[in-house]
Design a binder for this molecule. Structure first.
Ligand code: MEV
Length: 307
């Protein structure tokens, strides 16, 4: 039966593993308490075009998501109206495009009378992300669809290995999140730049990915045993490897050196950026809450919600 459907989906943060995840290395991801709401319902009357999307998000992605979600379904003859409202900063590593893909797919399927399973929603949402970014690991989609702290790895056959990591809330308190400004490059552009670097300098990228793989495993064990000091080490090593593949703009690197000089660690989370002032979401790590309170925040960075 067709009808109105409302879906709420959280944003995400990648604690460890971005970029390397696209090439089959593991990632550790978690949902964020910033949400996107999507409503889908049959349009009141037929008009030009079958769909109308009202959104504060980039329209193209919503259109792609509606198209992929409704492919092969009995769409109501008058078409669908899709309305999107979001508190997730777009294009900045907070998972806005994964949330949009998942929420639009789930809402449109439901509005067309199809109760898709979470795995089917994940498959369609990954198709949306892949169309948008060229290549996508699927870890962002898993983070926003399943919630919690997850270990994920894309296998060579395209399926996804996923395991929940039971992490104490106090351990997640090691991290604070900041928005350093919207990157100039999109996720698709950053993934393509890394691909090009991989073709030009395979040893450099291979070394960086090997480090990211190891750090993701170390970080995941540190999360499990609640070892804040080991998490700080893992975040430092992850950031150094990400800098090696040029996904951290110069100004953000300098700001992160400042945080390290104060005894903490910080890393980009998500695709990062190549040029410009911002790299989107930044994770800052230190086991002591009082240290976070004393931290001199880099100019232009705004605090965000915790994981
Ligand atoms: C983007 O949030 C994370 C990347 O690793 C891309 C992906 O995993 O699809 C850069």
């Amino acid at each position: 039966m067709t009808g109105e459907a409302a879906v709420s989906v959280p944003g995400k943060t990648i604690l460890f593993g971005e970029h390397a995840a696209v090439y089959g290395h593991p990632a550790v991801v978690t949902a964020l308490d910033l949400r996107m709401m999507v409503w889908a319902k049959p349009r009141p009357a037929a008009g030009p075009g079958a769909f109308r999307v009202k959104s504060d998000e980039p329209g193209d992605l919503a259109d792609v998501a509606v198209e992929i979600a409704t492919d092969g379904l009995n769409v109501p003859p008058e078409g669908l109206e899709v309305h999107i409202e979001s508190a997730i900063p777009p294009g900045s590593g907070f998972g806005s495009s994964a949330a949009l893909a998942v929420a639009v797919v789930a809402a449109c399927r439901r509005a067309c009378g199809d109760d898709a399973s979470p795995s089917e929603i994940a498959r369609l949402a990954l198709a949306v992300e892949t169309r948008q970014h060229g290549r996508a690991s699927g870890v962002d989609v898993e983070a926003v669809l399943r919630g919690g702290v997850l270990w994920c790895r894309r296998r060579t056959d395209g399926s996804l290995e996923r395991e929940e990591i039971p992490v104490a809330a106090a351990t997640l308190d090691t991290f604070r999140m900041f928005h350093s400004g919207t990157p100039l490059q999109s996720t698709g552009e950053m993934v393509a730049l890394v691909r090009r670097l991989m073709d030009d300098e395979p040893v450099r990228v291979g070394d960086a990915f090997a480090t990211i793989d190891q750090v993701t495993r170390d970080g995941s064990r540190a999360l499990l045993r609640g070892d804040g000091a080991a998490l700080v080490d893992a975040v430092r090593a992850a950031e150094a490897a990400l800098e090696l593949i040029d996904v951290v703009p110069a100004g953000v690197r300098d700001a992160i050196r400042g945080i390290e000089a104060q005894g903490g660690a910080a890393k980009i989370s998500g695709a990062g950026g190549r040029t410009g002032a911002g790299a989107g979401l930044i994770l800052v790590a230190h086991p002591d809450a009082a240290w976070h309170d004393r931290l001199v925040r880099p100019s232009g960075w705004t605090p965000s919600i915790r994981a």
